[in-house]
Design a binder for this molecule. Structure first.
Ligand SMILES: NC(=O)c1ccc[n+]([C@@H]2O[C@H](COP(=O)([O-])OP(=O)(O)OC[C@H]3O[C@@H](n4cnc5c(N)ncnc54)[C@H](OP(=O)(O)O)[C@@H]3O)[C@@H](O)[C@H]2O)c1
Length: 267
């Protein structure tokens, strides 16, 4: 695709309303700002108002509207409220599910409550948002759903049973939804990042250091070393792919789990 065609494809994102969950930090924040740069108006969801307000200010600095909405995506009632609030902005045609948690525990040590909370936020949160925002996209004849999964949607690492199960479930949901919307103008994809340079990864590094010894910096180096590129992924690199999938240039891409992981996973 020529630069000119790609640019005009991005231009058609201007004034589209995008809802990003987990928008207060990390990948969600980067996606929200990348979509704002392409002209989208943003609805920003997360639990803590402070980070959402700060990202809303950053979006407005791009001369784009931003509506921060406090919402626990694992609560169907909260997501109903999010839908009501988002209607003030208009019809959400781009939904990016980035809200997520990643507590680590060995399978034997894992409490039932941990499994329930991870599935509630990572899987059910994605499901509730998809469920409440898909129909208006179909009615509009155009929509994009982008679920931030993980390489653990297709692979497994120790001490991540709940997280890995939740991300496999997100990818399964993505694939089924893609089939059911394929002729309705909507695409549904998952992005599968490797270790990304965000607070979630830094938290995991601190936890690993306290569990097995050594420093958090050494744990981060170990994470980076799992990638053939020998580095962490930048949240902006995940955001750039989300913008491509959201644009008309991504129209034929649906039902995919696309890795952004420096070549860590192939297949
Ligand atoms: N970092 C990585 O290496 C990596 C790799 C692969 C995939 N991912 C995925 O990428 C996504 C974003 O993670 P990140 O790395 O950007 O970490 P992050 O900075 O911790 O972002 C996670 C966001 O989710 C929000 N959140 C958590 N629980 C929520 C809930 N119940 N309802 C609404 N919002 C909630 C958090 O804000 P509040 O606490 O204010 O709600 C936070 O802004 C996650 O789904 C994660 O699984 C991350």
């Amino acid at each position: 695709m020529s630069d000119r065609l790609f640019r005009s494809s991005l231009d058609s994102l201007v004034d589209k309303i995008a809802l990003v969950t987990g928008a207060g930090s990390g990948i969600g924040r980067s996606v929200a700002l990348a979509l704002a740069r392409e002209g989208c108006r943003l609805v920003l969801a997360g639990r803590r108002p402070g980070p959402l307000e700060r990202v809303a200010d950053e979006v407005r600095a791009h001369d784009r509207d931003a509506l921060p909405v406090v919402c626990d995506v694992g609560s169907p009632t909260d997501v109903d409220g999010l839908r009501t609030s988002a209607r003030q902005a208009g019809v959400v045609q781009i939904l990016v599910n980035s809200a997520g948690i990643a507590p680590a525990a060995s399978f034997l040590e894992m409490e039932d409550a941990l499994l329930e909370e991870v599935l509630r936020v990572n899987f059910k949160g994605t499901y509730y948002c998809c469920k409440r925002f898909l129909e208006p996209m179909i009615a509009a004849g155009w929509g994009r759903i982008i679920n931030i999964a993980s390489t653990t949607a297709k692979a497994a690492y120790p001490h991540t049973a709940a997280y890995t199960a939740s991300k496999h479930a997100v990818l399964g949901l993505t694939r089924v939804m893609a089939l059911e919307t394929a002729r309705k103008g909507v695409t549904v994809n998952a992005i599968c990042p490797g270790y990304t340079d965000t607070e979630l990864t830094r938290d995991n590094a601190r936890r690993m250091a306290s569990r097995i010894g050594g420093s958090a910096a050494a744990a981060l180096d170990r994470f980076a070393g799992t990638s053939p590129q020998g580095r962490l992924i930048a949240a902006d690199e995940v955001a750039d792919l989300a913008v491509l999938l959201a644009s008309p240039a991504g129209a034929a891409v649906t039902g995919q789990g696309i890795h952004v992981d420096g070549g860590a996973f192939m297949g």
